[in-house]
Design a protein around this ligand. Structure first.
Ligand code: DAH
Length: 343
C-alpha cells in the first residue's frame, strides 16, 4: 500500500491544473468522498496495527499535499483571471464627467435678501411652518370672521380638541413669536416657506417663500420704512429702478401699503407678468398696529414699528426674468442648471 501511495503522490505532483474545470476534475478524482484518497483511507482501516503506523503517516502526507496543490492552483487561476480583466482597462479613456450641483434660484435670491438686510442691522429669525391660529391670525389682529381663515386660503391640519393648527399662510407669524420673547429694539427678518390653498398657475402656487421684516423701537416712522425698502430695491435691482407705494389694507398694520416696482420682464412696456400695467407688486408693508404690539405685551404708547412681507418668488422672477412660477417647483435640471453663474 505504501508503494501505491508513493506513486500516487508522483501522479498528483504531475497533474496539471490550468483552469477551473481542471481544478474541479482534480478535486473529484482525488479529494471527493468517492475519490482515490477516500478509498485509500477505507483500505487503511483493514491494516494491522504495526502497518498502520507508517502507512498512516504517509497517507496523511498525501492528503495534505493534494489539498495544498488544489489550493495553490485555485489561487493561481483567480489571479490569472483578474490580470486578464485588468488588461482590458484602458487608462487613457476620458473619466466620467463629474456633475456639480447648482443652487436653486430661490435659495440664491433668499441669500441675497438676507445679505442686504443684515448689512443694515437686521437679524435673521425663524419660526415653525406648522402654526397655531393665534400666531398666524389672532395675535396679528385678524378678526374671528376674517375671510383669510377660510378653508379656501388656509390649509388647516386635523387636530383634536379646540386648538386649531394650520400651515402658516405668511411669515408674519414669526413677528409675533419674536415680540413675545424679545424686548424692543427689535430688528429682524424672517425668511421662510408659506402655504396657501390656491390653484396652481403661472402666477400662483400652493407653496412659496416670503421674507418678513420687523423693526420696533421708539420713534420708528413710515419714513424709516420707505427708506429701508428703497435701499433694499436699489441693492437688489440697481439704481435705475422705479418704485411706487399704494395705500392698502392689512389687519396687522395701520396705515398699510403695497409697493410696486417697474416690471423688469418687459421694462415697463406691459406683459403678462405685470398684467400689462408696467408695474409689479413685490411686497406689503405698514406701521405695526398698536393691537399687535399689545397682544405681545409691548407698550404701544412708547414703541412704534414697521413691518413688511416680500414674496421671494416674485423677486426671483423679476431678477432672472422667469415668467412661470411653476418652474421653481418642478426641479427640472434643464431649468436649474441655468443659474450656475449666479452663484
Ligand atoms: N403677510 C402679508 C401677506 O401674506 C404680507 C405683509 C403685508 C407682511 C404687510 C407685513 C406687512 O409685515 O406689514 O401677504
Amino acid at each position: 500500500m505504501e508503494e501505491k501511495i508513493k506513486s500516487l503522490l508522483e501522479e498528483i505532483k504531475g497533474f496539471s491544473i490550468n483552469n477551473a474545470d481542471e481544478a474541479e476534475k482534480f478535486r473529484l478524482k482525488y479529494l471527493s468522498k468517492k475519490g482515490i484518497i477516500a478509498s485509500l483511507f477505507e483500505e487503511f482501516k483493514a491494516l494491522s496495527p504495526e502497518q498502520r503506523k507508517s502507512t498512516g503517516k504517509l497517507l496523511n502526507e498525501l492528503k495534505q499535499a493534494t489539498e495544498l496543490k488544489l489550493d495553490e492552483a485555485k489561487e493561481g487561476i483567480s489571479t490569472q483571471s483578474k490580470a486578464s480583466t485588468d488588461s482590458l482597462l484602458d487608462l487613457s479613456l476620458p473619466a466620467d464627467p463629474l456633475t456639480i450641483g447648482t443652487r436653486h434660484p430661490i435659495s440664491i435670491v433668499k441669500k441675497q435678501m438676507n445679505d442686504i438686510f443684515t448689512r443694515i442691522g437686521f437679524v435673521v429669525s425663524d419660526g415653525p411652518e406648522i402654526e397655531d391660529d393665534w400666531h398666524n391670525f389672532g395675535a396679528l389682529n385678524f378678526p374671528a370672521d376674517h375671510p383669510a381663515r377660510d378653508m379656501q386660503d388656509t390649509f388647516f391640519i386635523e387636530s383634536k380638541g379646540d386648538e386649531k393648527w394650520l400651515l402658516r399662510t405668511h411669515t408674519s407669524s414669526v413677528q409675533i413669536r419674536v415680540m413675545e420673547t424679545q424686548e424692543p429694539p427689535i430688528r429682524i427678518i424672517a425668511p421662510g416657506r408659506v402655504y396657501r390653498n390656491e390653484t396652481i398657475s403661472a402666477r400662483a402656487h400652493c407653496q412659496f417663500h416670503m421674507v418678513e421684516g420687523l423693526y420696533v423701537d421708539e420713534n420708528v416712522s413710515f419714513a424709516d420704512l420707505k427708506q429701508t425698502l428703497y435701499y433694499f430695491v436699489k441693492e437688489m435691482f440697481g439704481e435705475n429702478i422705479e418704485i411706487r407705494f399704494r395705500p392698502s389694507f392689512f389687519p396687522f398694520t395701520e396705515p398699510s401699503a403695497e409697493m410696486d416696482i417697474t416690471c423688469l420682464v418687459c421694462g415697463g412696456e406691459g406683459c403678462p407678468v405685470c398684467k400689462h400695467s408696467g408695474w409689479v407688486e413685490i411686497l406689503g408693508c405698514g406701521m405695526v398696529h398698536p393691537n399687535v404690539l399689545e397682544n405681545c405685551k409691548i407698550d404701544s404708547t412708547r414703541y412704534t414699528g414697521f413691518a413688511f412681507g416680500i414674496g421671494v418668488e416674485r423677486i426671483t422672477m423679476l431678477k432672472f426674468r422667469v415668467n412661470d412660477l411653476r418652474l421653481f417647483f418642478e426641479n427640472d435640471m434643464r431649468f436649474l442648471s441655468q443659474f450656475k453663474q449666479a452663484l
